[in-house]
Design a binder for this molecule. Structure first.
Ligand code: GTP
Ligand code: MG
Length: 139
């Protein structure tokens, strides 16, 4: 069993896609074991996207991700990290396959609806930015 960090980005919340996306995660058979709606601080955004510091899109990314509320979740299940990455689809929604969340619900690389951790190590780091251990329901 694995845990991963999943976040519906400001455009997803604004476009009222929360129910649609949570429905997909639930129907897949994954378990949501923590959930929180937050207006992200600049500090949290910089920690979450540390790996992209210095890239051309970094400032745009930080201002976009702090522009409105995001829905943060911890999702658990067998191979949860890889399964969620497959479900969200490619970073650029124009490349994302139909049937994936980005493939079905987004069109812009800058505003691509959802984030999911790309490794178990990153999942641990990202969960700890938004959740204390006591906020995550133990299996
Ligand atoms: P996350 O799950 O959000 O981390 O996306 P990802 O892992 O599929 O992509 P990556 O970590 O490489 O990039 C993080 C985020 O930065 C992306 O989801 C995009 O929102 C944004 N991003 C990446 N590349 C570009 C780019 O070339 N232009 C713009 N505007 N945004 C980008
Ligand atoms: Mg990433």
């Amino acid at each position: 069993l694995q845990k991963t960090f999943v976040m519906i980005k400001p455009d997803g919340v604004k476009r009222k896609l929360v129910g649609e996306i949570i429905g997909r995660i639930e129907r897949k058979g994954l378990d949501i074991i923590a959930m929180k709606l937050v207006k992200m601080s600049k500090e949290a955004a910089e920690k979450l996207y540390e790996e992209h510091k210095g890239k051309s899109f970094y400032q745009d990314l930080v201002s976009y991700i702090t522009s409105g509320p995001v829905l943060c979740m911890v999702v658990a299940g067998d191979e949860a990290v890889a399964v969620m990455r497959k479900m969200i689809g490619a970073t650029d929604p124009k490349e994302a396959s139909p049937g994936t969340i980005r493939g079905d619900l987004a069109l812009s690389k800058g505003e691509n609806v959802i984030h999911a951790s790309d490794s178990e190590e990153k999942a641990k780091k990202e969960m700890s930015i938004f959740f204390s251990d006591s906020e995550i329901i133990a299996g």
